[in-house]
Design a protein around this ligand. Structure first.
Ligand code: MOS
Length: 714
């Protein structure tokens, strides 16, 4: 008997909602240790060259200024590694202020520390930097001589080839589609600015940081400053959005701790909105060359998907677009999926919501739409015909896939059978109406995680894990997981996260948190049950009841390790179907997304309300990707000219029509005990393609270069 069993999936309100709307939730830039001072970074205005001289005399003499740090006087830090996302890693491999060489515009060249923020900001403008400028390489085309085909990315392969795609593409009987799809740079714009407050005391460092990885920040700072891990304490109870930009540790994290050490005062460093366009990552610009071949009846015979992305001189980041999409999305014997990397003098790119899957599905799902047109076939029928039961990259069967159900249910809700396939054939008054669809997918990641649970005889429980809640609902769904495991109502469970002194949990990236940390909770509860003399199998009495009868508080900590890749019999991936309606005035071809239906399979959904919100948020971000988002760089200086929310557009309510989100399927037994997968990223996948396909249907114009702005439809 598990009294709280019905709690899993229940659309309960966010347990932290009240704190957020009443201002009680404290963010990284709101912690103010005694004696707090403020730092402002001075960033390079040139993209390549050397710092010849820095004249900070005027800045140092300004009111309130305590110190100006440059590469000439800053404490040296250990070199950092852009590496394993699980253990935390720097966004740039060069510590801030570690030399005079300039690799990109926006690189930190000085740090001003002052009593008050306005004083620091004013003084930052007074720091005079003289550069010896060199000609930067700024575009993929210009960087061609630096091209490589890297073998792997964070330990995962990025290249893939099976069968003979070239031969299948050369078959004269094949129906072929060849096209190149391009994406501009996109910049994450979470509402909360990146910020770190750093405080040294007795050789130990405490930082309040806006991060997706408290353990990552702890590890990175311990490396940079040569400290034992237990001498670094990272606190982050709330995050105002991250989307991947807060997954790595960027220069401000190290710079704030460096400044606090130098001035022997606690230091807060807030990265301004403008600075966030060149020092906390972005989605790189991406070129994807696609070639598909199919038999006349629509069976895919070849998929070629070549991706080119740039990285920065200070990074090794790769956005692998084909390996995580085209390589496994459809059943096809012949696949050639190369990934090419070039190096440009631009700040480091990083993970941005579904890195590889959001971008890769734009290419493959647009190309599939083009193939459906070439075959004069319904785009859903084409996809169903090529449905994959096994992952073509590892030959493992997908667990709990349910994609055909997603197509069918989505089509039914959307009214797809009323679609007239001919472009421009559907109108409403003078407005062109277009219906497009695309497939969504995202891997079901699960990484090692630990938790602590303490249950008291009064029927309350405390649960702790060093995970994060980016605004996604982690507090809520993990509280539900604990309530269910312990037999305690959610109101009586206190779940704490965002503290590196808690049992370790992974970076909140790769949509892994729900799958990883819920399992840590389940296994810690099992350890408690054993401690109480119960067996794993005997759940006739809840843990809460056992503790009540025992009459004393009990506590356990346990670590949930996922199986090794080689021991997994199944491949866990989430899939879904996106359906989009656009309306376009032919005289002023601004694309309005009027209606959206999304049907997803993500295993067990832990909370229908936060779950729907996650998918909806992904779709809204996908609409931004399709129609608005575009970081523009000045081709002469390499500096972003769209460095504000007035110039860098993201969707507002008026840009978004109705969004209907539904989940199908059952818990996925291959992923963990509860069968739940993370859902933070899948919502954006397929979204841009669904919009582009709808735009084609409305207008007959195939836009292969995002964003789809009115000029591309004239
Ligand atoms: Mo997500 S882009 O892996 O934080």
């Amino acid at each position: 008997m598990r009294e709280a069993g019905a709690i899993l999936g229940a659309p309960i309100d966010r347990v932290d909602g009240r704190l957020k709307v009443t201002g009680g939730a404290k963010y990284a830039a709101e912690f103010a240790p005694e004696g707090l001072v403020h730092a402002v970074a001075v960033q390079s205005t040139v993209a390549k060259g050397r710092v010849e001289a820095i004249d900070a005399a005027e800045a140092r003499a300004m009111p309130g200024v305590i110190a100006v740090l440059t590469h000439e006087n800053a404490p040296a830090l250990q070199k950092l590694k852009v590496g394993d996302p699980k253990s935390g890693h720097a966004g740039e491999d060069l510590p801030p202020l570690s030399g005079d060489e300039i690799h990109f515009a926006g690189q930190y060249v000085a740090l001003v520390v002052a009593e008050e923020l306005p004083q620091a900001r004013r003084a930052a403008y007074a720091v005079k930097v003289r550069y010896r400028e060199e000609k930067p390489v700024l575009t993929i085309e210009d960087a061609e001589p630096t091209a490589t085909y890297p073998k792997e990315n964070n330990g995962r392969p990025v290249q893939h080839r099976r069968g003979d795609a070239a031969a299948a593409l050369a078959d004269p009987a094949a129906v072929r589609v060849e096209a190149t799809y391009t994406l501009p740079v996109e910049t994450h714009n979470p509402m909360e600015l990146h910020a770190t407050t750093a405080h040294w005391s007795g050789g130990a460092l405490t930082v309040w940081d806006a991060t997706q990885a408290v353990i990552g920040v702890r590890n990175a700072l311990s490396t940079a400053f040569g400290l034992d891990k237990d001498k670094v304490h990272v606190i982050c109870p709330f995050v105002g959005g991250g989307f991947g930009s807060k997954g790595a540790q960027w220069p401000h994290v190290f710079a704030s701790a460096m400044a606090a050490k130098a001035v022997e005062r606690p230091v807060r460093l807030v990265v301004s909105r403008a600075q966030m366009f060149q020092s906390v990552g972005h989605r790189p610009p991406i070129v994807q060359k696609m070639a598909l071949a199919a038999s006349r009846d629509g069976r895919l015979t070849a998929i070629r998907h070549e991706t080119t992305t740039p990285t920065s001189p200070v990074s090794t980041f790769i956005e692998p677009c084909g390996r995580t999409t085209s390589a496994l999305l459809y059943a096809c014997e012949n696949a050639d999926i190369p990934q090419k990397l070039v190096r440009v003098n631009v700040a480091a790119p990083t993970f941005m919501r579904a890195p590889g899957e959001a971008s890769g599905t734009f290419a493959i799902e647009s190309a599939m739409d083009e193939l459906a047109v070439a075959l004069d076939m319904d785009p859903i029928a084409l996809r169903v015909k090529n449905h994959a039961d096994v992952n073509g990259t590892n030959q493992k069967p997908f667990s709990s896939k349910h994609l055909k159900e997603c197509y069918a249910r989505g089509a039914e809700k959307f009214g797809w059978d009323r679609r007239d396939r001919r472009p421009g054939s559907m109108t409403d008054g003078g407005t062109l109406v277009g219906w497009g669809m695309a497939t969504a997918l995202y891997p079901a990641n699960r990484w090692e995680a630990s938790a602590l649970i303490r249950v008291s005889p009064d029927g309350t429980a405390l649960v702790r894990a060093a995970t994060q809640d980016l605004g996604t609902g982690a507090y809520t769904v993990l509280t539900q997981a604990a309530a269910d495991a312990l037999g305690i109502p959610v109101e009586k469970v206190r779940f704490e996260l965002g503290d590196s002194s808690f049992p370790e949990a992974p970076v909140s990236g790769g949509s892994n948190t729900t799958a990883s940390v819920s399992e840590a909770i389940v296994q810690t509860a099992a350890a408690l049950r054993r401690q109480l003399g119960g067996s794993d199998a005997d759940t006739s009495m809840s843990i809460a009841e056992l503790v009540r009868r025992g009459g004393r508080t009990v506590e356990a900590t346990a670590t949930a390790k996922p199986p090794e890749e080689k021991d997994k019999k199944f491949d866990s991936h989430s899939f879904g179907a996106q359906f989009c309606e656009v309306r376009i005035d032919p005289l002023l071809p601004r694309v309005q997304v009027s209606r959206w239906v999304s049907v997803m399979n993500a295993g067990r959904v832990m909370n229908l309300k936060t779950g729907r919100s996650q998918i909806m948020g992904g779709i809204v971000m996908g609409i931004g990707m399709a129609l608005l988002e575009h970081t523009v760089y000045d081709p002469r200086t390499g500096r972003p000219v769209t460095a504000s929310l007035a110039d860098y557009l993201v969707p507002v309510n008026a840009d978004v029509g109705t969004i209907d989100v539904e989940f199908v399927g059952e818990p996925d037994p291959a992923i963990n005990t509860l069968g739940c997968r993370g859902i933070g990223e899948i919502g954006i996948t397929g979204a841009a393609a669904a919009v582009a396909n709808a735009v084609y249907h409305a207008t007959g114009k195939r836009v292969r270069d995002l964003p789809i702005t009115p000029d591309k439809l004239l």
